[in-house]
Design a protein around this ligand. Structure first.
Ligand code: APR
Length: 245
């Protein structure tokens, strides 16, 4: 892989616009399970708990699982070296942005500044009636479903549920980056969810070189990937970092 790593580092150094597209895999080494694959969350939980229509009619039932998956699991997760190296690439002007499908806030906590959160962020909750936004840290998750102090309405995590639209700014910023990209680095995504997976595909169509980091091959690998760096996000990005910094 060292030839592929050297080629990747050369492309990144010479690129005028590189962005990263990250999925659940980049946070696995922070202790957050992926959604799919052998230890995937959707093997254990029914994705219906994140279906907007079902949630609106079964909020207490859904919140039992949402708390367990996204607040018990995620609460203590910390950024890993993969998040930190992407942040260092940005500060060294080698990366313009991170487009992430993840809602765990770890790119920001690692120091990345330009992060487009395609699926929102679990650290905020929103009242479905008056729109008041709450910090997850201020919520007493012993009493679920959490309610709005103003109107008693159920609060919803500020990440998108199945059936919800993508946050408009994140959507526009992500595809604008993809159109300008010379290099796109895909880290830890199956590419199975749309429209998120159209972002790296748009970069490819716009002429970008696609570098993919994943221990497993994906539907990206056989379709748009130019350089496949097989391995865990921390291992590959540490090696790439040694060539870049
Ligand atoms: N390093 C890099 N990649 C890894 C690692 C690791 N240590 N461990 C697992 N992976 C890879 C898996 O091989 C898989 O390709 O991470 C990917 C995880 O895939 P998914 O769980 O499908 O994650 P993602 O592609 O981000 O899912 C997209 O699906 O449920 C929705 O909204 C949710 O944002 C999520 C979206």
């Amino acid at each position: 892989m060292s030839i592929l790593l050297k080629e990747s580092a050369k492309l990144i150094r010479e690129s005028n616009f590189t962005f990263a597209f990250t999925g659940a895999g980049i946070s696995v080494e922070s202790g957050i399970p992926p959604f799919r694959g052998e230890h995937g969350l959707w093997n254990k939980y029914d994705p219906q708990v994140l279906d907007l229509g079902y949630f609106l009619n079964n909020s207490e039932h859904c919140w039992t699982y949402i708390r367990e998956i996204f607040y018990d699991f995620f609460a203590n997760a910390k950024p890993n070296d993969a998040h930190r190296i992407l942040a260092k690439m940005e500060s060294n002007k080698l990366l313009k942005a991170v487009v992430t499908q993840n809602i765990d806030n770890l790119h920001y906590e690692a120091g990345s500044e330009t992060v487009y959160e395609f699926h929102g962020n679990s650290k905020k909750l929103k009242c479905l009636k008056c729109g008041k936004v709450y910090d997850a840290g201020d919520i007493d998750f012993e009493n679920i479903p959490p309610k709005c102090v103003h109107d008693g309405e159920v609060l919803k995590p500020n990440f998108i549920f199945f059936g919800e639209g993508i946050p408009p700014d994140a959507y526009a910023d992500s595809f604008a980056a993809a159109e300008k990209a010379e290099v796109c680095i895909i880290v830890g995504s199956t590419g199975e969810v749309t429209p998120a997976s159209y972002v790296p595909r748009t970069a490819k169509q716009a002429g970008a070189t696609i570098i993919e980091i994943n221990p497993e091959e994906t539907i990206f690998t056989s379709s748009i990937t130019d350089i496949y760096l097989k391995g865990k996000a921390t291992e590959v990005l540490r090696q790439l970092g040694e060539l870049l910094f």
